[in-house]
Design a protein around this ligand. Sequence first.
Ligand SMILES: C[S@@+](CC[C@H](N)C(=O)[O-])C[C@H]1O[C@@H](n2cnc3c(N)ncnc32)[C@H](O)[C@@H]1O
Length: 506
Amino acid sequence: MRDHLARLRDAFAAAGYTTSGVDALLGPQASAALARQETVPARRATRGRSALDTLVRLFLLQLPVPEALLSAAVPLEEAVALGLVELSGGEARAALDVRPYGEASEPSGTDPPLWWVVSDLGTGLDGRARVLPEDHVLGVGGASTMLAQLTPRDPVTTTVDLGTGCGAQALHAARHSGRVIATDVSQRALRLAAMTAGLSQVTLDLRQGDLLSPVSGEQVELFVSNPPFVVSPAGRPARHTYRDSGLPLDEVCARLVGEAPGLLTPGGTLVMLANWVHRAGQDWRERVGGWLPEGVDAVVVQREVLDPAEYVAMWLRDSGEDAATTYPEAYDGWLAALQDAGVAGVGLGFVTLRRTDAGTTSRLVDWPHPVQQPLGPELRDWLDRRSWLAHRDDAAVLASTLRVGPDVSQEQVGRPGAEDPQQVVLRRAGGWRPAVRVDTETAALVGACDGTLSAATLVDAVATVLGTDAAALRARIVGEVRDLVEDGVLLPDTRGPARAAADPPV
Ligand SMILES: C[S@@+](CC[C@H](N)C(=O)[O-])C[C@H]1O[C@@H](n2cnc3c(N)ncnc32)[C@H](O)[C@@H]1O
């Protein structure tokens, strides 16, 4: 298989079947249309008979191509032997999806990777939906790219990618990890991930098994997972491996968040996508916060909440089940089960945490607003700042020199002509783009934080200028200062914003 894949890789590269080659051939309009599942503009752009035209029509547009043209483009016997292509009556058809991949969230300063990802053929081109088989191996989608962008890309010794599917996360990890263990419960997924790895010339340690069982006893610095997190009742008849864990409701996420940190080396990081149940009368933070084990600093972000009907319809659409005659029954059964289980809504978001071996600290935020991607470096810095704060009591925080972050701006809102603004908001343009409402005293303090004087000295100066009691102001403001540090509005000046976590406890 290895030789076959190497020969195909060479043929793809020679044909220009790469991300930049395909972009150049299709142009922005046909590329955008194809992203919307419309093939017509791309059909028009690929009417030539070049190897690249042929490969794009075969794999990306799922069109039959003349066998003679394809055999001029790639070693056909190998493509057939690998199960990528089927031949019939002088025509070739794609049996699997093979597409070039690799762009954002790479370590900066490195060349773009030459990767190809193998997955099952997607559905829905030109409105032609079909129900996906239960063992369907998903290609790179919105969730995959989101997780790739959320993952910090610092060099590490070992990464685990749990539920690797087509192997997309594992490819990213291989760029900055000495070793990548990629697991999946599905033998079919592992077969396709092996082809992804071979075509992309990346070495993966592929292991089959349920959840954490293939990696028990491992110690890793990075754990990433886009798990089968879909909230569905156990025992629902249609079980799509790519989305249904078989465990009831959000138990798969609870288990992974609770148990995967046990694999991390001290300082190791976990990043995973997750869905969680909302129940009437219970704050989602309580539920998800309750999953966290001892000895981690965690940040959990809820990006969206869907009501049960929206949620069920979205996932039935995703698997093409909305095109089936059984759609109403499938919808009804799933919805009824969620309602019987007391599910009022489903939160969609992600969990990132770092193993600390101290007490557990967590911040769980609702953040439906745009963020600056890739968010991975910001999440790492966020955990660094949490750690910096966890190691300092209030007096130590005030004794520090802080500086206002380079991406912070101040917005003032008030009546025209009014002497004082009614509201002052400090907003970061970068990272997760938090916006914090502050009073004039805090705004004055932040404005003075240039990394030269301690926060305590500056608070005292603000108190003098505003004619307030310095001790009372210090006591009141320190909580806000802690929050501003955590949000990256104020940065500890010890070793820059990113690596404050390495500081010893004070
Ligand atoms: C949403 S896909 C993620 C694919 C890929 N990692 C990505 O980010 O694009 C979830 C993957 O988890 C796998 N999976 C499902 N149940 C599992 C289990 N119990 N243990 C391990 N993997 C599982 C599926 O086969 C599927 O490949």
